[in-house]
Design a protein around this ligand. Sequence first.
Ligand code: GLN
Length: 253
Amino acid sequence: MYTLRLGHLYPDLMNLYGDRGNVIALERRCRWRGIRLEIVPLGLGDELDPEAFDLLFMGGGQDREQRAIFRDLHKRKGDALREAVRRGVVVLAICGAFQLLGHYYRTHQGDTIPGLGIFDAWTEAGPRRMIGNVVARMAIADLNFTLVGFENHSGRTYLGPGCRPLARVLVGYGNNGEDGTEGAVYENAVGTYLHGSLLPKNPQLADYLLGKALSRRYPGARLSPLDDRLEQLAHRVMVQRCMSDGRARSWSR
Ligand code: GLN
């Protein structure tokens, strides 16, 4: 039986709009295939061993939580997280966590919360919050599927040349509401603004990440297919609903 280990960073502090559902989705999709997913919470004060994990997950948090964890993130986990990314560990970081894996986040108050610089990206708080449902098309080569999710952030994230966008926005704001990008990818690390939860709504992304983790740990191993008809139906309904709402929104402007 295959076993994978997932490190869940700050599960009590970084968790918005059901972000924990991503971990549950990964665990279930493993279990349905007979793969064991061990989940290890990594809170304030815990050290991170860069070799111990196949996947690392950190959910979103508002400025208050970001301030509460960033020192610990730098001191106890930063080097290990960079090392893990260098070794190809799969990382998923949502919203406030995505911001903290970039170079910095400048808040409304004008203070700068330094990030880990894993993504060549930076974030500055803007005058309005970007709230609503999102539809985006994956921008990774060979992956031709849409993502649906929910965003709520005032930070505007801009990508430098050292990382690529995860997806292109069809409805919603994405990274900054200006350049049509959503999220970032560097090695096997993915950052995104999409809550939702993201992975239950987007099983293809869940399997993309799981597949990477599995084949890295067990070369040659492949994920067996699951019956995702219900999930795909739910996904399609959301895409259609958001696309018609999105058109209605742009007509009324
Ligand atoms: N502080 C961030 C922002 O509003 C993160 C919000 C979030 O994680 N939803 O931009």
